[in-house]
Design a protein around this ligand. Structure first.
Ligand code: DC
Length: 230
């Protein structure tokens, strides 16, 4: 079993940015589990499966072979032999992934893959159920959050910077709807693990959050001879 940090929290709390930064500073692999759920969604959309039909989804998702590779420290998701990274971040895929990820067969399939990845390497893994279901014995657990207004503003700024026209109110509404679905589904809902450290990033910079998480990994940094400061 490697050294594992579990990071959970709602959409837009900064999980991937922070996890990538901490991974770089501590020499860990960053495992983005949301990307795996997104890849299954791309597969089911291509196969024109009715996403609300539990049986149809369960039957079909057995045909999706998802593997993870690392290229220059970036996670690459391979779906049936194809690198699908460029297809994962559309608004449609974001919205529908929160529907697909509520399906028990999809969760079971990806959970096994995630457990294997964490056993094979020291990693920081982010998602919604990592500290509660996937890695209940993780060395460090973080629940990262921020108000929905702050998360919507961050997403709006990102989209504007990419030159994509968008509406702040609509983004906040979408975020709140995804939060609701992720927190209220029957299987592995988003919830703070009792032993997770709550970090509210609303008033913190990315660097401050990363340093805070690194300070919680004190023992690991010492064992590896890392200061976690550069
Ligand atoms: O982290 P993200 O925005 O890429 O996640 C996309 C969707 O996948 C989101 O609606 C929640 C879901 N998800 C999940 O249910 N469990 C995970 N471990 C990771 C993501």
């Amino acid at each position: 079993m490697g050294f594992n940090i579990a990071v959970d929290g709602p959409a837009g709390a900064g999980k991937s940015t922070i996890a990538r930064l901490v991974a770089g500073k501590l020499g860990l692999i960053y495992v983005d589990t949301g990307a795996m759920y997104r890849a299954i969604t791309v597969f089911l959309l291509r196969e024109k499966v009715d996403l609300s039909d539990e049986k149809a989804v369960a039957d079909k998702c057995g045909e999706a072979d998802i593997t993870i590779r690392y290229r220059e420290d970036e996670q690459v998701v391979i779906l049936n032999g194809e690198n699908v990274n460029r297809l994962l971040r559309t608004e449609e895929v974001s919205r529908l992934t929160s529907v697909v990820s509520a399906q028990p067969a999809v969760r079971e399939k990806l959970r096994s893959l995630q457990i294997r990845l964490a056993a094979e390497s020291d990693c920081i893994m982010d998602g919604r159920d990592i500290g509660t279901c996937v890695l209940p014995n993780a060395d460090v657990k973080i629940y990262l959050t921020a108000s929905s207004a702050v998360r919507a503003k961050r997403r709006y700024a990102e989209q504007c910077a990419r030159g994509i026209a968008c509406d702040l109110g609509q983004i906040q509404k979408d975020i709140e709807e995804r939060d609701y679905r992720d927190m209220h589904r029957e299987v592995a809902p988003l919830v703070q693990a009792p032993d997770a450290v709550l970090v509210d990033t609303s008033e913190m910079t990315i660097e401050e959050v990363a340093q805070h998480i690194i300070s919680l990994c004190g023992g690991y940094c010492k064992a590896e001879g890392l200061s976690g400061k550069d």
